[in-house]
Design a protein around this ligand. Structure first.
Ligand code: ZN
Length: 287
């Protein structure tokens, strides 16, 4: 089969590899982590499972408290363990100019007329102020992870690895009827050109939804928890002192040593992510 055609088939399969994790309302005690069953073809179409070098930030992490981990709760995706391999990880946080029509200037026009960084918020408008507070709280929830993996908040959604959107997650259908959720994360695996490879490489990307209706404390907690998933912790802790505890608690905890012990173990696992599609036996092209 021609390489292009085979790549297209692989791409078609990969696009179906979607996972969803949800972070639900206070005291709802159910595991909210699901994999949609993907439609995979032969794994010979995919890169072999291989580990990446451990990022220095995690290599340097030592848990002097010997707190243990919850690695057994982590599920690999069909592409292997979820993790990042290109740093810094680009995180986009939706902000007011994106969907409330603040002003009519384009970004280029704003830069032309005002070369200084501008905060696109009219502080008089309570809706915009509330939106900006959401943005600030999300950023505070993301910040603590920077100690453990290089993260960068980028101004544009395009090419971001992780997008954090200010939307209410869709209602979840349960045997007891539809249920509202306060936050959710989904991932998708796709093929992308890489500067380090002549053939496309498997990348994950994540969309996080965090409700605008949450209080400041819960917005921060939701961002901390969902970013934890998007860094690769695709599972939940059974202990409420961990940031990745499976449900929201009254006093959300910070990142715990157990969270980082688990993250470090994940990043030592083999994965198909970050490795290029094999080209053995593939030559020529097709239309
Ligand atoms: Zn979760």
């Amino acid at each position: 089969m021609g390489y292009i055609k085979r790549l297209w088939l692989v791409k078609k399969r990969l696009i179906l590899s979607i996972g969803i994790a949800s972070f639900t309302a206070l005291l709802i005690i159910t595991l909210q982590l699901n994999f949609l069953q993907p439609s995979w073809g032969a794994t010979s179409d995919l890169p072999p499972l291989q580990p990446h070098p451990l990022p220095a930030t995690l290599a340097n992490w030592v848990d002097n408290t010997n707190s243990g981990d919850y690695f057994t709760q982590i599920r690999p995706s069909p592409a292997g363990y979820l993790m990042w391999f290109d740093f810094p990880i680009k995180v986009y946080v939706e902000h007011p100019s994106q969907n409330l029509g603040v002003g009519t200037q384009t970004k280029a026009e704003v830069q032309k007329t005002n070369p200084q960084p501008v905060t696109p918020v009219n502080p008089i408008d309570p809706k915009l102020l509330k939106f900006q507070e959401w943005v600030d709280n999300v950023a505070q929830g993301i910040q603590p992870w920077k100690v453990y993996l290089p993260l960068e908040i980028v101004p544009e959604a395009e090419n971001a690895d992780i997008k954090v959107l200010r939307v209410r997650p869709l209602l979840q259908l349960t045997p007891n009827g539809p249920r509202a959720r306060s936050a959710e994360v989904r991932y998708q695996v796709y093929l992308r050109k890489s500067p380090n490879s002549s053939t496309p490489v498997l990348y994950p990307k994540y969309d996080i939804s965090i409700s605008p209706d949450l209080s400041a404390n819960y917005i921060r907690a939701a961002a901390l928890h969902e970013i934890g998933h998007a860094l690769g912790i695709w599972g939940h802790s059974p202990k409420e002192t961990d940031a990745l505890y499976f449900t929201q608690v009254r006093n959300p905890p910070p990142i715990s040593p157990r969270d980082i012990n688990t993250l470090k173990l994940i990043y030592q696992q083999p994965t198909r992510l970050g490795w290029s599609i094999p080209v053995v036996g593939a030559k020529g092209s097709t239309n």
